[in-house]
Design a protein around this ligand. Structure first.
Ligand code: TYM
Length: 331
């Protein structure tokens, strides 16, 4: 039986952080064992907000290196760079004819970006979800492991796929956001504001490239409060966020101990954060070191990127043949 197809991507707009790890990378690594996986660096998408490309090549290499350092095996998956697969751009063009200005203008991420950067409201930003849909549909992917922030984009991808199928013929399965039977994840900033992000609010974000001292400093500054006053109280979201991080990096026993301290109202946040910081430093260290090593190995990186592009183009060109056939573009 052929394996189900998985696709996901990451923009090269800065160092990867724990939000990327939780929302995306952790699932990539798990899914590579059971699915036919395509993972890529979304360098076209980065142009919508980061037009200066001086450091783009380095950032693309960094993201590839961090993906591998987190456990992705380029022999098991297609790991590639978006701009190496021109088939995506052609599908993007067809899908653009099916995307309406009104629905694009209503997208939350578009409205956010207009607000934060009003002097660069370009057409690429408006059609960002269409390009993202082309990324997914070009491999006829079914599952898309992403964090909560991408949920709306996935809904749009499903709509465009359905619209295409209805108008021209069944080519695309309807893709779904994926997180192993769980809700999609959102990791908040350590200051309790918004989400961890590659390019904003760096002191509240734990990067996979942070050194031990920086990790300790950031976690010790994380937002807490004077603690629960009644047994078994619900955790405020910024405390829950720290527990979520602890669940990833600490042993079950340690986690259960602090959870029970919280429930019994005798948690000491200083001790809690110290433990979290130590376990986090141990978790991040090998990823940081491996990524740094890979990033400087240009021969290896070029080989990975070239082989990834070959695998991705093979699948993409098959889809494009079907697309051209149903829309009568094959002369
Ligand atoms: P990007 O580069 O912002 O983020 C990469 C992945 O990390 C997840 N993520 C988070 N998850 C939980 N908590 C957070 N604080 C957090 N921050 C980021 C994102 O949900 C994402 O899964 N538009 C996409 C890139 C993209 C893409 C695609 C993704 C382009 N084409 C096709 C999937 C399919 C983006 O900007 O991700």
């Amino acid at each position: 039986m052929s394996k189900e197809i998985v696709l996901s991507g990451i923009r090269p707009t800065g160092f990867l952080h724990l939000g990327n790890y939780f929302g995306a990378l952790r699932n990539y690594v798990r899914m590579q064992e059971d699915y036919n996986c395509y993972f890529f660096v979304a360098n076209w998408h980065s142009l919508t907000t980061h037009p200066n490309t001086k450091e783009l090549q380095q950032s693309v290499h960094r993201v590839i290196a961090e993906n591998i350092a987190c456990g992705l095996d380029p022999n098991k998956v297609a790991l590639y760079v978006q701009s190496d697969v021109p088939e995506i751009a052609e599908l993007y063009l067809y899908l653009n004819m099916m995307a309406y200005k009104g629905e694009l203008e209503k997208t939350a991420s578009f409205k956010d970006k207009v607000r934060s950067n009003p002097e660069n409201v370009n057409a690429g930003l408006l059609t960002y979800p269409v390009l993202m849909s082309a990324d997914i549909l070009i491999h006829r992917a079914l599952y898309v492991p992403v964090g909560k922030d991408q949920e709306q984009h996935l809904e749009m991808a499903r709509n465009f796929a359905e619209r295409f199928n209805n108008r021209y013929g069944e080519v695309f399965p309807l893709p779904k956001a994926f997180n192993y039977n769980s809700e999609l994840v959102k990791i908040m900033g350590l200051d309790g504001n918004g989400k961890m992000s590659k390019s904003e609010n760096q002191m509240a974000t734990l990067y996979l490239a942070d050194d031990d001292e920086t990790i300790r400093k950031k976690i010790m500054k994380a937002k807490t409060d004077s603690g629960p006053t009644a047994p078994d109280s619900e955790k405020p979201d910024y405390i829950q966020n720290l527990f979520t991080l602890m669940q990833l990096v600490s042993t079950k026993d340690v986690y259960n101990q602090f959870e029970s301290n919280y429930n019994n109202c005798n948690i000491r946040y200083g001790d809690f954060k110290k433990q979290l910081a130590e376990d986090m430093a141990i978790f991040i260290k090998p990823i940081r070191e491996k990524a740094a090593e890979i990033q400087h190995d240009n021969v290896f990186l070029s080989k990975v990127i070239k082989e990834g592009a070959e695998k991705a183009r093979e699948s993409a060109s098959k889809t494009l043949l079907l697309v051209r056939e149903v829309i009568n573009m094959n002369y």
